[in-house]
Design a protein around this ligand. Structure first.
Ligand code: ZN
Length: 311
């Protein structure tokens, strides 16, 4: 409650007719307000629009593509106002790929295709990119501020720029790219990093008890981790047998298949009865490097629509 009252007081005093992101710092303001405005720069750099109907988001000027650093298209701004709503095909409940091919380079199109389109539209809203909840957390803000500070001190900016761009264009789930990005900037909570900030008392790796746990030790060098890498076998999974639903009930199964080579994801849903017979099924192929979790949710949404239509 107290934070809401603080917000109301600050709003009444300093930004009655503007948003927090627009207001300018004026003379004679309080230390609290000046501190908030100081932190706003970092906040603004990592805010991302979540696409609803797309009417409030400017394609080339706003931050809306889940690709850290700029969150904007790499394609040059054509100079006229294009809204995200213009890229959405409402009748097909998806992206208008013809329009996108006309306006954007392939790397941008691929990044945009990984954003799910809301079927119901709704208002566009802003969220903090570095937390799943979308809310700003001091902990993640601190990590981002630290990584940006490290970024400033790099020796060859044009090489670094190319390197980061090629990382963001890789066909990988965004959370993997963010993890790589943070690892490269020494912004993961390894024991050495936590020890430097006096969060823990010792920095020795508790897996091997031999060396300090730096990020490279935790990910590659530790002998225990090397064993895990050796045993890695992608695609080997325990098979789980399908269980029929109880008599009189139906079962909805959903699935996704990522095709990394072609940059596409297949969504499938089927409804089966208690004898295991498939009563109805649906599948769909989408282009773009969709995050696996989002793909699962989209498959679930398709499956539920299938169940509603079958009912
Ligand atoms: Zn170790």
């Amino acid at each position: 409650m107290s934070s809401i009252i603080t917000l109301q007081v600050l709003k009444a005093k300093y930004f009655r007719n503007e948003t927090f992101l627009e207001v300018n710092l004026k003379l004679g303001c309080s230390y609290t307000w000046r501190s908030l405005i100081w932190g706003r720069e970092l906040l603004a750099k990592c805010l991302l629009w979540t696409v609803g109907d797309g009417k409030s988001i400017r394609v080339f000027r706003d931050q809306w593509i889940p690709r850290p650093c700029t969150f904007k298209p790499i394609t040059r701004d054509p100079g006229h106002d294009v809204r995200v709503a213009d890229l959405i095909d409402r009748s097909r409940r998806g992206w208008n790929e013809e329009m996108m091919a006309h306006l954007l380079i392939p790397a941008d199109r691929e990044a945009i295709l990984s954003i799910p389109v809301s079927w119901s539209g709704g208002q566009d809203c802003i969220r903090w990119f570095f937390d799943k909840s979308g809310e700003f957390m001091v902990k993640s803000g601190y990590n981002v501020a630290l990584s940006k500070k490290t970024q400033v001190s790099v020796s060859n900016p044009s090489f670094q720029h190319k390197w980061w761009n090629s990382l963001w264009c890789l066909n990988l789930p965004p959370k993997v790219k963010v993890f790589i990005w943070r690892a490269c900037l020494n912004a993961l909570p390894s024991l050495v990093n936590l020890w430097k900030r006096k969060v823990v008392g010792v920095s020795r790796c508790d897996r091997c008890s031999c060396f300090s746990e730096t990020i490279s030790h935790a990910l590659f060098e530790c002998k225990v981790v090397r064993q895990i890498w050796k045993g890695t076998c992608f695609g080997l999974r325990d098979s789980v047998g399908w269980l029929a639903p109880p008599p009189g009930l139906l079962k909805l199964n959903i699935g996704t298949a990522l095709r990394k080579a072609s940059g596409s994801i297949g969504l499938g849903a089927s409804i089966r009865g208690d004898k295991g017979r498939v009563l109805v099924a649906r599948s769909k192929l989408l282009h773009g490097s969709l995050n696996g979790d989002i793909g699962q949710f989209m498959a679930l949404r398709d499956g539920l629509m299938l169940a509603i239509s079958y009912h």
